[in-house]
Design a protein around this ligand. Structure first.
Ligand SMILES: [Zn+2]
Length: 238
């Protein structure tokens, strides 16, 4: 099955926090989008791997993505080596996306920058025909995505461009709140974590408003890129 966009995240909920608005918008424009989580988030302060699996499934339904897979890497300890690169390459070759979205290049959680580099390296390697992979004995063709974009997470990384997500923020919030174990819940008896505060939840809204303000739209999500951005003409920017 071919997809237009595959969004990778080190933990279930990274994709929702970083780029759910963009995914919702692209799907509304007719694009096919999938999500691949690298780990099950089993080291998270709140919830459990089983609960987060249910939450990730519910969030995927809210977003309307075509598939959501989990590579079952070790939360906190996965590395950017051959074994892990091959696991990501198999996903890229399976879904042949033109665009890959992945974690922030720099962040508080060490898995984010690690996941960012792992996916980016795998996107390059996936295009090399002499790296052979198969799924259940069926050989895969080499495939290199045209573009790799890194979303923004905890830290205020300066974006290279922003996507106007006006009209998609309510649904984005809904997809985030599908992770009931992780985010602000005044009735929760679980320990506090940096992302379970009311302030964090509200910060998602004011960040998208702020990026939108700076770009002349209502709400926006920011991304960084690894090469120069090109436009066909000066009129391409909104
Ligand atoms: Zn994360």
């Amino acid at each position: 099955m071919k997809l237009d966009i595959v969004a990778f995240g080190a933990h279930p909920d990274d994709v929702e926090l970083g780029c759910a608005g963009t995914i919702l918008k692209e799907i509304s424009l007719g694009k096919k989008v999938g999500i691949v989580d690298l780990t099950r988030g089993e080291l998270g302060t709140r919830g459990s791997a089983a609960i987060r699996h249910q939450e990730a499934t519910a969030a995927a339904e809210i977003l309307g993505v075509t598939v959501r897979e989990n590579l079952d890497m070790r939360d906190g300890f996965f590395t950017n080596d051959e074994q892990h690169q091959l696991a990501v390459i198999k996903m890229i070759r399976k879904y042949k996306p033109e665009i890959v979205l992945c974690n922030a290049i720099d962040d508080r959680h060490i898995d984010h920058a690690k996941g960012s580099k792992l996916v980016s390296d795998a996107c390059f390697l996936s295009g090399l025909v002499r790296i052979e992979t198969d799924i259940d004995g069926v050989k895969q063709e080499a495939w290199r995505p045209k573009l790799v974009y890194h979303y923004i997470q905890w830290k205020n990384v300066v974006p290279d461009f922003v996507v106007d997500i006006t009209g998609f923020t309510d649904k984005k919030t809904e997809s985030i709140l599908a992770y009931g174990s992780q985010f602000y819940d005044p009735n929760s008896k679980e320990p506090e974590s940096p992302i379970s505060s009311k302030n964090f939840l509200e910060s998602l809204n004011y960040r998208s408003r702020d990026l939108g303000r700076l770009a002349g739209v209502e709400h926006a999500e920011g991304f960084t890129v690894e090469r120069y951005l090109a436009v066909n003409s000066l009129g391409d920017l909104i």
